[in-house]
Write a protein that binds this ligand. Structure first.
Ligand code: FMN
Length: 388
């Protein structure tokens, strides 16, 4: 039986529906997606990856990383009608990490959600910002041990997580494990990771725990709430909405894919060193498997000041920046698309609106399509170009 979901409070922000739409880079969790989720009562989360490029194009004016993060938050806030907006800042996107955090805070973000590495320095970065007490800091962790390390370090800056997202091995994008054996080890199932994390969270002050990776239905959400979670974070289902930034070919492939099409790329894999879940028919991945794309990274967003291994070799890694930018139609047309998904992507059978999805996830009856209040317009036609 469907039941009413409780609200979730993270620091000073009340989230009426305890669902966080996970950050999805590059540009997949666009301001249109995050804004629509916020408007429906969840927390919409932007991705800071390559925002300089994305926001500069959208507004027709050059934005640096900090300005771009601030503008993306403002744009999402307009669409979100005051609902909760977070920014996902990946530690591995090293060059722009600090500017993205600070810019998001300038723009009025409610939460910084940070993973793809341990966000050890986050409290030190926010400490001199005037909004430091307003903004929730939420690490993504995949073990009790990782969370404990984060809490220990953050406590030196008199800060603790305002919530933690626990991401299990079924999630989309990068996952925390480096080998297939580790990813498939039953000890690393989300339920087991949650049990460890609850203990650590209790030790450090009992902040909210949010489950992520493979959450698909209203019943799944209820199950994690019953285990003691304050809410869930979901990616793949939001990717398959009209409002997400994925291009048409990405969405079509998502609807058509089978379970056997979903792979954890490793060799070649992401230059970040973590396993990266992809649809094997992604044209970019196919090219990478055959080593047909010469080593090249001309974008430089990842790792050590752009010194990414995919610049020099194509045996072990491929340039995820180029593949992902192509998948939002923001790259030179010679580069092909790379589709990252969660392990439940094969269950997607159609693209729907965020409004419809949020109703389904709350266990509410479907509305007639004609009564859908959210107007879907192309991202270029949302009237935000002039607002800088
Ligand atoms: C297409 C896609 C891109 C993602 N990109 C990011 C990202 O840039 N940073 C991040 O921390 N997590 C990323 N994730 C993980 C999501 O935020 C979320 O935690 C995860 O997808 C939850 O699992 P689910 O897809 O099974 O719902 C991504 C997930 C997907 C599906």
């Amino acid at each position: 039986m469907p039941r009413q979901l409780p609200k979730m409070t993270i620091r000073k922000t009340d989230v009426r529906v305890p669902i966080i739409q996970g950050g999805m880079g590059i540009g997949l969790s666009s301001y249109t997606l995050a804004g629509a989720v916020a408007r429906e009562g969840g927390m919409g989360v932007l991705s800071s990856a390559a925002l300089d490029r994305i926001v500069s194009k959208r507004h027709g004016k050059r934005h640096n990383f900090r300005e771009a993060a601030a503008q993306d938050v403002r744009d999402a806030k307009i669409l979100g009608k005051g609902g909760a907006i977070g920014m996902n800042c990946m530690v591995a996107v090293l060059n722009s990490y600090e500017d993205s955090v600070l810019g998001s805070m300038d723009g009025g973000v409610d939460a910084i959600i940070s993973g793809a590495g341990l966000p050890m320095a986050l409290p030190e970065i926010v400490n001199n910002h005037e909004r430091k007490d307003e903004v929730a800091l939420v690490p993504i962790a995949s073990s009790g041990r990782a969370l404990d390390l984060i809490c220990r370090r953050w406590s030196r800056s008199n800060r603790l997580p305002d919530a933690v997202v626990v991401e299990g091995p079924l999630a989309g994008g990068h996952i925390a494990w480096r080998t297939l054996e580790e990813a498939n080890d039953p000890a690393n199932k989300l339920e087991n990771l949650l049990a460890e994390v609850f203990e650590v969270a209790k030790k450090w002050g009992n902040f909210p725990v949010i489950a992520a990776g493979g959450v698909y239905t209203h019943e799944d959400i209820c199950r994690y709430l019953d285990m003691g979670c304050a809410g869930v974070q979901m990616g793949t289902r939001f990717l398959a909405t009209y409002e997400s930034g994925a291009n048409e070919a990405y969405k079509k492939t998502l609807v058509e894919c089978q379970e056997s099409d979903i792979e954890l790329a490793s060799k070649p894999g992401s230059p970040c060193g973590m396993l990266f879940r992809v649809l094997k028919q992604s044209p970019f991945y196919q090219q990478a498997l055959k080593r047909e794309r010469a080593p090249k990274c001309d974008k430089g967003y990842l790792l050590n000041k752009g010194n990414c291994p995919s610049k020099y070799e194509n045996e072990k890694t491929f340039c995820i920046c180029n593949g992902l930018l192509s998948s939002i139609d923001l790259n030179n047309p010679e580069e092909k698309d790379l589709y990252t998904v969660g392990s439940s992507a094969y269950r997607i059978d159609r693209i729907m609106s965020v409004h419809e999805l949020m109703r389904e996830l709350q266990g509410l009856p479907a509305e007639k399509e004609t009564s859908r209040p959210i107007e879907i317009r192309p991202q270029s036609d949302l009237g935000l170009h002039q607002s800088t």
